[in-house]
Design a protein around this ligand. Structure first.
Ligand SMILES: Nc1ncnc2c1ncn2[C@@H]1O[C@H](COP(=O)(O)OS(=O)(=O)O)[C@@H](OP(=O)(O)O)[C@H]1O
Length: 396
């Protein structure tokens, strides 16, 4: 009897050992299996990119990001030809506006990056960019976009010249705006619609708007929203499979608060009618932007990634800048960092810290460099034998 009980006990102990062994094995195998399963194959970063640089939409900050990526990855950029500063804007884009393509009758030459201001013309852009190009753009709430535009193009757009304020302009826009006057007026009405290659003076007819929106959907892989810039960078980074540092930036082309005006509620409502095409463009792509963002990340992931981006921006600002707040022109001695001024806008720039080592200085200079100087720098890098870009305002 006792022999039988002893055998039973030994059996129970053996069983417990077996259960424990299987448990450990499962745990061990589980870990091991995970080690054996290869990570989801990480595709290489996207390097063929066309960015439609719309106006007054944080697009200079994105241009800075793209130029930096182009230079650090030794890519080619479709830059404005000769002394041009844009790719033919406000004229519809054609290939001869790109440096290096004028003589090339067969247009065999393709570029990796294209991001300077142009009026979108898909058949011509296609000739410059490879077939697998990622197309993206950015929009901003038309109320803030028009307000920024009014101050910046105050002396340039005939429609804005005689109006004392944007409130006054919006109270009776037809008093100031003549569609036929010249392309200089494109900044005054549906400017983003115009940048996409459409007619900014067309009536906001339902079928016409639907057709144009469908065309943008078809051509562009992504449309970002400047009002949610950091969220936009999170989505862009994922789509391009880039590193965090690739999409970190300093805000560029920012106006001093003293030149920002706040529209009355009536004026804000009037913008929605005056720029009805831009308004519908913005409404549509603001919706699709959030749908895409939520499809890609959980709310927690989004918060985390936005915070990561901001944290890295703070780190780089502390590393590079004397003060994270952008400064008035009078405070910036370095000509390469002095932003171009326009209209009634006081455009701010950055002052770098003294004593940065060569590598850090290289990174910081590029992050703080305004569009025109950066374009000239890219041009000299890519076309060392051509006459460098002349930037007249720097000589003053
Ligand atoms: N990161 C970020 N987030 C949000 N907003 C930003 C950012 N970077 C630039 N900006 C604002 O964008 C405005 C300048 O737009 P652009 O660079 O497209 O102007 S331009 O057409 O190239 O002249 C300009 O707006 P206003 O200051 O209202 O004029 C900038 O302040």
């Amino acid at each position: 009897m006792s022999i039988l009980r002893g055998t039973q006990r030994s059996f129970q102990v053996a069983l417990w050992f077996l259960v424990l062994a299987v448990f450990l094995l499962v745990v061990f195998l589980h870990v091991d299996f995970r080690l054996l399963i290869p990570d989801k194959v990480q595709e290489p970063p996207v390097t063929n990119i066309m960015f439609l640089k719309t106006h007054k939409t944080a697009s200079s900050t994105i241009l800075n990001i793209l130029y930096r990526f182009s230079e650090s990855h030794n890519l080619s950029t479709a830059l404005p030809e000769g002394s041009r500063v844009h790719l033919g804007y406000p004229w519809l884009f054609v290939t001869r506006y790109v440096e290096g393509l004028k003589q090339d009758a067969h247009l065999q030459h393709h570029f990796n990056i294209m991001c300077n201001h142009l009026r979108f013309n898909y058949p011509e852009v296609q000739k410059v960019m490879p077939r697998d190009t990622f197309y993206f753009s950015i929009l901003r709430n038309p109320v803030f976009q028009l307000e920024s535009s009014f101050i910046y193009y105050k002396d340039y757009a005939p429609a804005f010249q005689r109006a004392k304020s944007l409130d006054e302009f919006l109270a009776d826009p037809w008093k100031y705006y003549k569609a036929s006057v010249s392309l200089e007026n494109v900044y005054a009405k549906n400017n983003m619609w115009f940048d996409f290659g459409f007619d900014n003076n067309a009536p906001a007819d339902k079928d016409y708007v639907r057709k144009c929106l469908a065309e943008v959907e078809q051509r562009f892989h992504l449309v970002l929203i400047a009002d949610y810039f950091d969220e936009s960078m999170v989505l862009l980074r994922r789509r391009l499979r880039w590193q965090l540092d690739d999409v970190v930036s300093f805000k560029l082309n920012v106006r001093s608060q003293s030149t920002v005006s706040h529209l009355t509620p009536e004026s804000q409502e009037r913008v929605q009618h005056w720029c009805a095409l831009d308004w519908q463009l913005y409404q549509h792509f603001n919706r699709t932007f959030w749908t895409q963002l939520h499809a890609e990340l959980s709310p927690r992931q989004l918060t985390e990634e936005v915070e990561q981006l901001r944290e890295r921006q703070r780190e780089l600002m502390a590393l590079c800048l004397q003060d994270p707040e952008p400064k008035n022109l009078t405070h910036i001695d370095d000509r390469n960092l002095r932003p171009y001024q326009s209209g009634k806008a006081k455009i701010l720039g950055y002052k770098l810290r003294h004593g940065l080592d060569t590598t850090t200085l290289h990174i910081c200079q590029r992050m703080a460099m305004p569009e025109l100087q950066h374009m000239a720098h890219m041009y000299s890098l890519q076309f060392p034998d051509k006459t460098p870009k002349d930037i007249p305002f720097l000589k003053k």
